[in-house]
Design a protein around this ligand. Sequence first.
Ligand SMILES: O=c1[nH]cnc2c1ncn2[C@@H]1O[C@H](CO)[C@@H](O)[C@H]1O
Ligand SMILES: [Zn+2]
Length: 357
Amino acid sequence: MPAPTYEEIRLAPKVLLHDHLDGGLRPATIIELADAVGHPLPSTDAGELGGWFARAADSGSLERYLETFTHTVAVTQTAEALHRVAVECALDLAADGVVYAEVRFAPEQHLERDLALPGVVEAVLAGFAEGSRQAAVAGTPIRVGTLLTAMRHAARSMEIAELAVRYRDSGVVGFDIAGAEAGYPPTRHLDAFEYLQRENFHFTIHAGEAFGLPSIWQAIQWCGADRLGHGVRIVDDIDPVTGKLGRLAAYVRDKRIPLELCPSSNVQTGAAPSVAEHPIGLLRDLRFRVTVNTDNRLMSRTSMTREMALLVEAFGYGWGELQWFTVNAMKSAFIPFDERLTLINEVIKPAYVKLLG
Ligand SMILES: O=c1[nH]cnc2c1ncn2[C@@H]1O[C@H](CO)[C@@H](O)[C@H]1O
Ligand SMILES: [Zn+2]
């Protein structure tokens, strides 16, 4: 069977669990929003600005990669701006063939002007709802769930966890912590995770990206994470020659803990040398619960289609593997089980049956 083409992959239903709202702005929108608030940018040409983000993020270090967010955060400090970027996010994902997405952002980073936390969340939720409505009209239906992120170097995680629970019936489906990993272990936020567990709520933790096994171990065994944001460094617990799993890797695989892998992002931050050498190949062969994600579409100049196309090129994957990634992601979503099943049985499987011929 011929390899899936870029356009065929774009049309196939895809599921995205790890995408940052403030890492996916359209360059043209950043320019307009920056102009309105007088924020200086490295370029006011959309093409050049897109190139600048990709080059600046291509730094080999997570800390420097994260510096590029200064601009996207600076221009999203009003309800109007947040609403607009959320609408555009839903539309861009839908046009890329994403049928279900969980998009995350950190409300505490949008309080520089006159917004308070509830206003930030409400603007984004309304934007996703409006974007999803427009996408359905355009014939590309998408469902978007929101994850609220707390910044791991800050001290607002409990407040953000409470905020997430408060909006759980309005579109917030989970919680996350993000930001520089080295020096900021997940256990700093243990009270927030324990609170969320008592509330029967879902959360993922960025772990095993810029820091290794201790971070993953804490995220799972101390904090009780449902999924791992990246988690790519779990390979440090796998013998490269024999493929034998250490105790932590075995636990992650046995418990079917989803890995939110983000190939292009990992290459930019130095977590993987190249897409072809990305541990996703090994982790898939060993049948970990692998999912494919974009992380930051702006900084990586990428999309779900492009991430999958890169994997097709690097590992020779066909529709069977792409379906497996997609179903893995849908099974691992934070929406209720019956709703996940409906998307798998009514949207994903029928499309892949045709693609698999
Ligand atoms: O790959 C990543 N690792 C850790 N933190 C990240 C990554 N991508 C984005 N952010 C951080 O998450 C915040 C909320 O969306 C962003 O502002 C950025 O600082
Ligand atoms: Zn991330």
